[in-house]
Design a binder for this molecule. Structure first.
Ligand code: SF4
Length: 377
């Protein structure tokens, strides 16, 4: 059977449409998962219409994996998954809650979890990540925004309990629960690897997360909200933010960076140049440190050294097209061998003969570069 390339409708259009109809996509009340950026949370809170359509393929894949894993945890372990929590300020769905033995005993027998949590009520958040971010996840664990999100869920459970709604009224009857543990389960969406971090619930972190939300609620407009990321082209969160244009505006001139909106006067320019120089210094020092370390371990065998694992990649044969063999195959098949003028050889010949190399304008312009020098008045 010979496979053929055919034009057909992409399934992603359907997947995006289904995603747009999910209750989470239609929800207008501030959700714990919206608390990634202060200004973005403010847009949601003020009911702003999204200004941008963003590509969601990776997020949709993450949702599918999420649903599959949590569904399995529900059917096999009886975990409480995707349960709603809410109060008048914020709402969300907790990925998984593991009840302790005492609380489990208060749940009607047919809903009772099969595996109680050993060390107290545990709130779990499942995050899918790409291989690209995996090293960061294993090294640094959850980000500040991820911690805030899970602490908001846990605090809602601790202060209000499960939301009283269809499908979980038996849980709402339990009232507020004393949350003892927080667990993050990171799943690599490329190879399924799991990385789990668990720690005791910290009431101070919960208070900090509540303050964060309170601050957003006190804003008079979304534009008063702090931009917590550096903007499109610099941060993927902004690249995929549904309020990107509302937040940064359009470029002031074609091709210009939208971050120019952050410059109002010469004091801003002075500060930006100082930051540029500081960044350059850090980059130079980082490059030097990395270069020396790389040379030092050049002969070290792969293995685990302290908190890091040394892995050697490469060292494989490099393959390239065999031009002579291709010419022979063309000739034996009676095909014309394409002849492309060899620019490099012609330039070398002309230079060797002392003849000026002819040039023409290409219609392109060189890219704009920056040069920041020390200035002494
Ligand atoms: S574009 Fe970036 S800074 Fe602006 S609201 Fe969205 S995430 Fe926040």
């Amino acid at each position: 059977m010979t496979a053929q390339l055919v034009e057909t409708t992409s399934l992603w259009a359907a997947a995006h449409d289904v995603d747009a109809r999910r209750p989470r996509s239609l929800q207008r009340q501030l959700g714990a998962s919206d608390t990634v950026c202060e200004r973005r949370a403010a847009y949601v809170l003020f009911g702003a219409t999204p200004s941008d359509w963003s590509e969601k393929r990776a997020a949709i894949l993450g949702t599918y994996i999420h649903e599959g894993l949590l569904g399995a945890a529900r059917s096999e372990y009886g975990w409480l998954v995707e349960m709603a929590v809410a109060d008048e300020t914020i709402r969300g769905h907790i990925d998984a809650v593991q009840l302790d033995e005492a609380t489990t005993a208060r749940v009607p027998a047919r809903h009772r979890p099969k595996v109680p949590a050993e060390h107290g009520v545990t709130v779990e958040d499942v995050k899918t990540k790409s291989t690209y971010l995996w090293d960061k996840v294993r090294r640094y664990g959850p980000s500040a925004a991820e911690l805030r999100q899970v602490y908001l869920y846990a605090d809602l459970l601790r202060t209000t309990g499960f939301e009283d709604r269809r499908g979980q009224r038996y849980l709402a009857k339990l009232g507020p629960l004393e949350v003892a543990r927080i667990r993050f389960r990171f799943v690599n969406r490329d190879n399924g690897e799991e990385h789990v971090e668990e720690f005791a619930f910290d009431p101070n972190e919960a208070t900090r997360a509540r303050w964060w939300v309170q601050r957003v609620r006190e804003l008079n407009s979304p534009e008063e909200g702090r931009r917590d990321f550096d903007g499109p082209g610099l941060d993927a969160i902004c690249d995929h933010c549904p309020f990107m244009t509302a937040c940064w505006g359009l470029p002031k001139s074609p091709g210009a960076a939208v971050q120019t909106v952050l410059i109002h006067d010469d004091a801003d320019r002075t500060k930006a140049l100082e930051e540029y120089v500081r960044g350059h210094e850090l980059e130079t020092e980082g490059k030097r440190m990395k270069g020396l370390a790389r040379k030092k371990v050049d002969l070290s065998p792969a293995g685990v050294y302290g908190a890091n694992e040394l892995v050697w990649l490469g060292g494989n044969d490099v393959w390239a097209g065999d031009v002579q063999a291709m010419v022979d195959l063309h000739e034996s098949a009676g095909l014309t061998v394409p002849m492309v003028p060899d620019e490099k050889a012609m330039v070398a010949n002309l230079k060797a003969a002392g003849v000026a190399v002819p040039e023409r304008k290409t219609g392109k312009v060189t890219s704009k570069t920056i040069n920041v020098r020390a200035y002494k008045a």
